[in-house]
Design a protein around this ligand. Structure first.
Ligand SMILES: Cc1cc2nc3c(=O)[nH]c(=O)nc-3n(C[C@H](O)[C@H](O)[C@H](O)COP(=O)(O)OP(=O)(O)OC[C@H]3O[C@@H](n4cnc5c(N)ncnc54)[C@H](O)[C@@H]3O)c2cc1C
Length: 504
């Protein structure tokens, strides 16, 4: 008899990574429980930078406009010099949106507001996180995972098919699996505090003593709130008093100004910076996502973004396997995401070094638009392409027109949990329709029109190319019409195949 499970997936931790995974599974109709040991939602600002690639993901799950409305853009920096003068500069390189990359500005949204919007979206999909519910232990076998939970109602044993540890840097799931978390402590301890402050304009991110790790302090107005985020390095050892009075004194010591008053605090944190990466992201029926798998210094604003994107990568694969796709699909999660985190660790650590010397600039590399999976087993070309877009690249947006005449975008076609197949100069009937795959064609009888050539510019297709776009917005396969059999094999591999029905 087939074993019955309470739910398919247990997600441990309702931070940004756990919420992202929950939203993705909910919109795919997968049963899960999302548990969170804290009694209430996290209320700090810490991961406040939402990068352009994450904005695209938030558009896909239907929350981008709400996220923008909840926060705002970064203000210019005001750098104060030792002689009391100051100069203003942009923290970020501000490119212009293009047809291929509609979002160019990192947004500033305090983490508690981002998570609030995500919880609202989850609730729209009929689910909520269970607060005050802690994973205390688990064991796994060939068929599933038996988890021990401790909640308001006492202890509970839960049997699930899969467990996902989205439980942050100190992850119980990672520890229980005995997965190594090598890396280093970066020799910097810092405070981060959300506070009501008087005496400073809210139009600038104020930075004093940049490059001096003993006196540096920054005060950033938090978009969407009346708060400032205070950040600064502190000595590696010893107690640091985190009260409004003590912080007013610290600010005065580091800025030389007595007109800046810290009135009240809404969240405080003292942390030692680390750069660590889990040896594995999966052990059989258990996965790690987000900070449970990697921790970075906050320089460059990468942590929350990388965490959300881990969950976005895992969500569709886990759902596909639960719905019958070959389990090997899940191997691609670690294969794709671990190298991304390894390179983020390098980037954030380099930016931290630059900050120590007062010359940190955040350029395109922090936007995460160039992340791709060219080495993945899920990236296939038939024949191999020598120019232009490759399998594994982020699938660019493009302004197009629908056959009915309305202006549209490729991202409108991609939006949702499905795969998308684009044919260039091809007859759509060449590929039979199937559940979970949307087919669109450009050409004489196509349903979409590349009126301004934006699609051609971004994808560089040849006549007769099929381009398959994954549910998470990466190019899965590019095949010529003569190689449709390769596309069929690919679709089988990801659980979308209807064998033997190709007539192309
Ligand atoms: C000071 C600071 C500044 C930062 N700035 C940025 C930034 O500008 N941009 C950026 O992208 N990132 C930033 N980050 C990083 C960002 O905050 C994290 O990467 C992000 O929170 C990771 O999300 P997560 O969901 O993986 O983990 P978390 O947010 O840590 O969530 C894990 C959740 O799991 C819960 N949990 C733990 N154990 C259990 C258990 N046994 N049972 C049930 N629940 C459990 C925890 O209570 C927690 O709510 C910053 C971090 C810090 C500390």
């Amino acid at each position: 008899m087939k074993e019955q499970f309470a739910v398919d997936v247990l997600i441990c931790g309702a931070g940004a990574a756990g919420l992202m995974l929950a939203i993705d599974l909910a919109r795919r109709g997968i049963s899960f429980r999302l548990i969170e040991k804290a009694a209430q939602p996290f209320h700090g600002s810490r991961g406040k930078g939402i990068q352009p690639r994450t904005q695209e993901i938030f558009e896909d799950i239907g929350i981008l406009d709400r996220i923008v409305a909840a926060g705002g853009v970064y203000p210019p920096e005001r750098l104060y010099h030792n002689d009391g003068s100051y100069s203003d500069a942009d923290v970020m390189e501000r490119g212009k949106p293009t047809s291929a990359e509609p979002y160019h500005l990192p947004l500033m949204v305090p983490q508690f507001l981002t998570e609030r919007v995500m919880r609202e979206r989850l609730m729209e999909l009929g689910q909520i996180p269970e607060f005050s519910c802690e994973l205390v232990d688990f064991v796994q076998d060939a068929d599933g995972v038996t988890a021990q939970l401790a909640g308001k109602g006492g202890e509970e044993t839960l049997r699930v098919r899969w467990l996902v540890g989205a439980d942050g840097g100190r992850s119980l799931v990672r520890h229980s699996l005995g997965i190594g978390f090598p890396g280093k402590t970066l020799g910097v301890r810092a405070l981060v505090v959300d506070a009501v402050i008087t005496g400073l304009s809210r139009d600038y991110w104020h930075r004093f003593n940049d490059g001096d790790m003993t006196r540096q302090i920054s005060l950033c107005p938090l978009a969407g709130t009346h708060l400032f985020q205070i950040q600064g390095p502190v000595p590696l050892e010893g107690d640091i008093e985190l009260t409004a009075e003590a912080l007013t004194t610290l600010v005065a010591q580091r800025t030389g100004r007595d007109d800046i008053q810290v009135q009240s605090l809404s969240w405080t944190s003292l942390y030692t910076m680390n750069a660590r990466l889990a040896d594995h992201y999966r052990m059989d029926r258990v996965f790690l996502v987000g900070d449970a798998a990697h921790i970075h210094p906050p320089t460059g604003g990468q942590g929350l973004n990388t965490s959300v994107q881990d969950a976005y990568n895992l969500g569709w694969k886990l759902a596909a396997v639960i719905q019958g796709a070959p389990e090997a699909l899940l191997d691609s999660y670690e294969q794709e995401r671990r190298p991304v985190a390894a390179s983020m660790l390098g980037l954030a650590t380099r930016l931290l070094e630059a900050q120590k010397h007062g010359n940190m600039r955040r350029g395109r590399e922090v936007h995460q638009l160039d992340i791709g999976y060219p080495e993945s087993t899920l990236s296939q070309e038939q024949p191999e392409r020598l120019d232009g877009l490759s399998a594994g690249d982020r699938a660019p947006d493009a302004l197009i027109r629908g056959a009915a005449g309305h202006p549209s975008r490729l991202f409108n076609l991609y939006k949702g949990p499905h795969w998308t197949l684009l044919g260039y100069g091809l007859d759509r009937d060449a590929v039979p329709s199937r559940a979970g795959l949307h087919i669109h064609t450009f050409g004489p009888h196509g349903d979409v029109i590349d009126e301004q050539g934006h699609f051609y510019e971004a994808y560089e297709p040849a006549m007769g190319d099929w381009i398959l776009v994954r549910p998470d917005g990466y190019v899965g396969a590019i095949v010529t019409h003569e190689n449709l059999h390769a596309l069929e094999r690919y679709l089988l591999q990801v659980g979308l195949g209807v064998p033997g029905v190709f007539n192309g």
